[in-house]
Ligand binder design. Structure first.
Ligand SMILES: [Fe+2]
Ligand SMILES: [Fe+2]
Length: 261
């Protein structure tokens, strides 16, 4: 049923989206606190809107706004590590593990393996749009500059082949975006800058090891990377997100995505 047809549903029965809203409302009432959605969450449903604090309080008498962890989400430890985010906040890890396993078997450096392991963390936990930039920013304070630079640049490099490095434009992108898709000018400029950078090849190796045809039967295990993470990711003693790094707030947002403020 198209969105328009749903909106014009007039047989007296609730539409699909009305039923979803009612269910969500019901679930909110089951919770001890009022859980709010950031505006960005609604934009993904095509709505630019927000409910004010007083309106929510009026609908939920006797309850306060959620200002901590969301009981519906997997419980995180008091001092979370990167591994905890892998286990409790990343919606899917098989692509990351397959890419990193591929790089490990290819005999690449630990920095390359770590870059492959983390290259799409923004996609699986945070925001898809410009995921290379978000992902790089999230890890920047905790890794060598080579790793974060490579993750940022893979946003652009993956659209441009480099046959000498063994990277062709992915068939998958033709399927996903159509044969006429052209990257925006800022991506083209980023690519040109990256070409001559000293870490170009690290970023290119993310593309080369990016597995586009996922093998659901491939045996991959996060345990294979615990030591590499330990040696190359500076885990803050307060817990990742509870420290004072320039990107700690991004990790906190994943810890508590539905906090009111
Ligand atoms: Fe990516
Ligand atoms: Fe990827």
């Amino acid at each position: 049923m198209s969105g328009l047809a749903q909106a014009q549903h007039t047989d007296g029965q609730p539409t699909l989206s009305e039923r979803a809203d009612a269910l969500e409302e019901h679930m909110m009432h089951e919770l001890e606190h009022i859980v709010t959605k950031s505006v960005l969450f609604g934009m993904a449903d095509g709505k630019v809107e927000m409910e004010s604090g007083p309106a929510l309080m009026a609908k939920n008498p006797g309850k306060y706004m959620l200002m901590g962890e969301d009981p519906r989400l997997p419980k995180m430890p008091d001092k979370p590590t990167l591994i905890d985010y892998f286990r409790c906040r990343f919606a899917s890890t098989s692509h990351l593990l397959q890419s990193a396993t591929h790089a490990l078997k290819g005999g690449h450096s630990e920095k390359v393996v770590l870059a492959c392991l983390l290259h799409d963390i923004a996609v699986v936990s945070f925001i898809r749009c410009d995921h290379g930039y978000w992902g790089a920013q999230m890890i920047e304070p905790y890794v060598d500059e080579e790793v974060s630079w490579a993750i940022r640049a893979h946003q652009a490099l993956r659209f441009f082949p480099d046959e000498s490095a063994g990277y062709a434009y992915p068939d998958m992108y033709v399927k996903l975006f159509g044969p006429d898709y052209q990257p925006e000018p800022y991506i083209v400029e980023e690519y040109k800058r990256a070409r001559n950078h000293k870490h170009y090849m690290t970023s290119r190796l993310i593309c080369v090891n990016d597995i586009y045809s996922f093998d659901p039967n491939a045996k991959v295990n996060l345990d294979d990377f615990v030591d590499i993470i330990g040696r190359n990711f500076k885990q803050p003693k307060e817990g990742l997100g509870l420290d004072s790094s320039p990107s700690a707030h991004m990790w906190r947002t994943m810890l508590w995505p539905s906090r009111f403020l």
